[in-house]
Write a protein that binds this ligand. Structure first.
Ligand SMILES: Cc1ncc(COP(=O)(O)O)c(C=O)c1O
Length: 382
């Protein structure tokens, strides 16, 4: 019998004494996604990752199954049909759309394209955790600006700009607070930022917003063309299109920025099946509307019910709500434990500087009812 394969490095090559990673890498606190399991329980209600309550469109599933037959073929490295479908659906020039393996990939590529050691990357206090990860990954310094009432504050962001600022990432609406800033405030942010700072508008939750004073960012991108080329909007198929597991995001850019991203990106990061499912999801307009209506109905319902129970629930423009506990971190942890005992998984957000809060994704009607019942019982036993 032959010996089992060895995983040790070949002994004829001396192991390097020390491999030093580039500056910043060891500063990264690795991202931890929402929990999806509870020990000892087969069935759980996963409300921890802002996934869509209704799951994917049946048309997207069918396209995915069909695409399986071609898994031996490389995908279209330019995602042409997908970019055309996105452009047609949202009214954007497909040549200025770049697709990636989730919007995370594009947020990272923008950091690589524009920032490095000595540079600063600005974001707001309770902003999405990927922004400091991107900053450290390119050796730049992440800089946080304070918020007002758990909402991005244009003046506080502007006050943190220095000659070294290269990028400003703003999630609008923001995760995990659920707050957003209106189109006029976002336009003022762009106007008052130095021209040499790239404004990255992360609009992952744009499709859920129903407020009239909101604009996802496309108009600002268009206004920046040949006028600084300094606004990019990123979007995702992970939220309303319910394709988080497929990894598909896109950026809408000025032509110069699209060109840079196309040079930097790996050619085949968006698989053939993902492209096919994405196109089919875009075509299923009725399912999209259903997901949006469901979210609005149950988001309003959940906020009202929890407020009636006496909880401090923040307003939300997205597909999740944030509950802030008067009893602080200890009470948030106790509530999390109580919900877990009922099979309900929500998100602790201490890493976002909000240890006294829990974030709850809008789920199915039955899940929302279970959440409210659990919060009512938690209150009784507290
Ligand atoms: C604000 C924000 N931006 C971007 C993303 C990343 O989404 P994707 O799955 O497209 O990488 C998320 C995911 O939770 C998010 O909350």
């Amino acid at each position: 019998m032959s010996a089992p394969p060895s995983h040790k490095p070949p002994s004829d090559k001396p192991a390097p004494l020390s491999l030093t990673p580039r500056p910043g890498i060891l500063e990264i606190e690795a991202y931890v996604g929402g929990k999806s399991k509870i020990a000892g329980r087969d069935k759980v209600m996963k409300l921890s990752s802002n996934e869509s309550a209704l799951g994917p469109s049946p048309r997207a599933l069918e396209a995915y199954r069909k695409a399986a037959a071609d898994m031996h073929r490389y995908p279209d490295g330019h995602s042409v049909a997908l970019r055309e479908a996105i452009g047609a659906r949202f009214g954007f020039d497909p040549d200025r759309i770049v697709c990636g393996a989730g919007s995370d990939e594009l947020l990272g590529l923008l950091g690589r394209a524009y920032a490095g050691p000595g540079d600063e990357v600005l974001y707001s206090e309770h902003g999405f955790l990927i922004y400091p990860i991107v900053a450290h990954s390119v050796g730049a310094t992440p800089v946080k600006a304070g918020e007002t009432n758990l909402t991005s504050d244009v003046d506080k962001l502007l006050a943190k700009v220095t000659p070294n600022t290269r990028l400003l990432y703003i999630a609008n609406p923001n995760n995990p607070t659920g707050s957003y800033i209106p189109a006029a405030a976002l336009a003022r942010l762009r106007r008052e930022l130095p021209e040499g700072v790239l404004l990255v508008i992360d609009a992952a939750y744009a499709e859920f917003v129903t407020a009239n004073d909101y604009e996802a960012g496309g108009a600002l991108v268009d206004a920046s063309v040949d006028a600084g080329d300094n606004v990019v909007m990123t979007r995702t198929f992970s939220k309303i299109f319910a394709m988080g597991g497929m990894r598909l995001g896109w950026a809408y850019c000025p032509p110069r920025v699209a060109d840079l991203l196309n040079r930097l990106r790996m050619p085949f990061s968006v698989s053939h099946a993902t492209q096919a499912a994405g196109i089919a999801a875009l075509e299923d307009v009725a399912f999209f509307s259903e997901a949006r209506d469901h979210n609005e109905t149950w988001r309003n319902w959940l906020i009202n019910e929890l407020r009636n129970l006496g909880y401090n629930v923040r307003p939300s423009a997205a597909n999740f709500v944030l509950v802030q506990f008067a009893g602080g971190e200890a009470q948030a942890e106790a509530a999390d434990k109580f919900l877990t005992s009922r099979g309900i998984i929500v998100r602790q957000v201490a890493k976002y500087g909000l240890p006294d809060c829990l974030r709850i994704t809008i789920g199915l009607a039955s899940e929302m009812r279970a959440v409210v019942a659990a919060f009512a019982d938690f209150k009784k036993q507290a």
